[in-house]
Design a protein around this ligand. Structure first.
Ligand SMILES: C[S@@+](CC[C@H](N)C(=O)[O-])C[C@H]1O[C@@H](n2cnc3c(N)ncnc32)[C@H](O)[C@@H]1O
Length: 284
């Protein structure tokens, strides 16, 4: 089992490499993940002067959308990767969003005072944390009484063909070893109730979870493969292990399997996320 420090070091290095792919494919990724951010934000009751903390912000969402909704508020975008947050800062500047700041830190060790935020969001970050219970207790600690936590994770590979098509293609050429217990993987938090149990353990109440469908839309099968192979962490890591001819065969395999998803001149591949919301009790 990797130590928490090993997990953090691995993640820091991986996301430094992935940041260019996320910036390059920004609009496609944001369109795909947008419905999940919207679903999370709807449950956060964002006020005009919201003090909000976005965890594992990556290139900035849903934190930037929340900043736009609270012009007199403040949003802190945090991530383990300085390179991902650099992209977030560039996106904030390009969108004219001034009420945000960035802070490099790990989700399980937050440099913020107790009860300092009205809300916390974590879109597709949980599965990468070395210590998920500790991270959740940190989120509960920095929330004000009555404040809300909203997170999202991926449901099963079967319900996310946008990524499983690529992973199946990769598996035809290279063995994908089962992840070590405790190692970060995309579907690590997939079990229903998994994140809700962490919320409960951290003392949150009014916990609810629900599924949100989404769609990855690309112009062509070629574009599908290009964007997946340049920004999905597992795919990028696996493709580094094979030679050029094997990469070409994987690409051909993925393109053949994604082509049936052609509809209205676009490739539309579905996915399913689970959102989880909870509230810090107000005992006053
Ligand atoms: C899939 S991206 C999600 C980015 C963004 N929230 C979104 O939905 O577009 C996952 C992010 O988790 C970050 N991450 C990984 N381990 C972390 C940790 N221990 N603490 C904080 N962030 C972490 C990565 O650097 C990466 O930016």
């Amino acid at each position: 089992m990797p130590s928490p420090e090993e997990v953090r070091d691995g993640q820091r290095a991986a996301w430094a490499r992935l940041s260019a792919g996320w910036e390059k494919w920004d609009s496609v990724i944001m369109d795909q993940l947008g419905p999940v951010g919207t679903a999370m934000i709807e449950r956060l009751d964002v006020a005009e002067d919201q003090q909000h903390l976005d965890i594992a912000s990556g290139t900035g969402e849903p934190g930037l959308s929340i900043a736009r909704l609270s012009p007199r508020g403040r949003v802190v975008l945090t991530d383990l990767s300085a390179e991902m947050l650099d992209v977030a800062a560039r996106r904030a500047a390009a969108q004219g969003i001034g009420n945000v700041e960035t802070k490099v830190c790990s989700a399980d060790d937050l440099p913020f005072a107790d009860a300092s935020f009205d809300s916390v969001s974590v879109r597709f970050g949980y599965m990468f944390f070395p210590d998920m219970p500790k991270a959740t207790s940190e989120f509960a600690r920095v929330l004000k009484p009555g404040g809300r936590l909203a997170a999202s994770v991926w449901v099963s590979p079967e319900q996310n063909p946008w990524t499983s098509i690529a992973m199946q293609a990769i598996a035809t050429e290279t063995e994908l070893p089962p992840p070590a217990p405790g190692a970060p993987t995309m579907f690590r938090c997939a079990a229903p109730g998994y994140i809700a149990a962490l919320y409960e353990e951290a003392g949150l109440h009014e916990i609810a979870e629900w599924n949100v469908p989404l769609e990855l839309v690309t112009d062509s099968p070629d574009q599908y493969w290009a964007m997946i192979s340049e920004h999905v962490s597992l795919a990028v890591a696996a493709l580094q292990k094979v030679d050029g001819p094997a990469r070409d065969r994987i690409r051909a395999h993925a393109i053949a399997n994604v082509t049936p998803f052609l509809s209205d001149g676009k490739i539309r591949v579905p996915g399913l996320a689970r959102c989880i919301v909870g509230t810090k009790p107000d005992l006053r």
